[in-house]
Design a binder for this molecule. Structure first.
Ligand code: PRP
Ligand code: URA
Length: 208
């Protein structure tokens, strides 16, 4: 299975609080943002840089600039909880949106929205915290590839082996960066141990 798990102690610390059923939406949103910073650093570790001289107040030295454009594409709606960390790290990035919603009975995702910037010559960071069956991520990657994406990294918080296998099989060129590879899926296709419904916990739309 091809997946990169970010094993930093802070990742484990934040993820544990996200998993905790007592964590309320305001705290959940802050934690999701913090965790995404750490995952995004890993997902962009290999970005190319351009070198050029920079003049400090004392002398001239070698400087660096990012040599590849970044496009972030959150999958609505839970992926929105990861976007702010990306716009803070990469203020010049462009943002696309893909709207997908799983049917509660079948767990098959239905597409309802898509708006993308140009994707060529860019690192495309697909943001979706939960990789469960992989159906949503696979649909989103297909849209991105058809729209011209050449380099895609899927950043997620929790992945299930089922979703990783599906994405690896259909799109072996897509890197997956995650905070955890969990045990598997339950009969409702929720990740175990997981953290529940990420979108509901982010926005307070679940049952009380
Ligand atoms: C969740 C999650 C992923 C998807 C993962 O979204 O944010 O997009 O399920 O499941 P999969 O790998 O089995 O496709 P959901 O459909 O619940 O929509 P929401 O983000 O609007 O809550
Ligand atoms: N979507 C979620 O939000 N959580 C899961 O466990 C699976 C899909």
């Amino acid at each position: 299975m091809q997946i990169e798990i970010v094993s930093h102690p802070l990742v484990k610390h934040i993820l544990t609080q996200l998993r905790d059923e007592r964590t309320e939406p305001a705290r959940f949103r802050a934690l999701a943002r913090q965790l995404t910073f750490l995952l995004a650093i890993e997902a962009t570790r290999d970005l190319p840089v351009r070198t050029h001289p920079v003049k400090t107040p004392l002398e001239t030295t070698e400087g660096y600039s990012l040599a590849k454009a970044i496009v972030a594409v959150p999958i609505l709606r839970a992926g929105l909880g990861m976007l702010e960390a990306l716009t803070e790290l990469f203020p010049d990035l462009r943002v696309g949106y893909i709207g997908l919603e799983r049917d509660e009975q079948t767990a098959i995702a239905r597409a309802y929205y898509c708006k993308l910037p140009p994707l060529d010559n860019s690192r495309v960071l697909l943001l979706d915290p939960m990789l469960a069956t992989g159906g949503s991520a696979a649909q989103a990657v297909e849209v991105l590839v058809n729209a011209g994406a050449e380099e895609i990294v899927h950043i997620c918080v929790v992945a299930a082996p089922e979703g990783v296998r599906l994405l690896n099989e259909k799109f072996p060129q897509v890197r997956i960066v995650a905070a955890s590879l969990d045990r598997g899926l339950n009969e409702r296709k929720f990740i175990l141990p997981g953290l529940g419904d990420f979108g509901d916990r982010l926005y307070g739309t679940g049952a009380r």
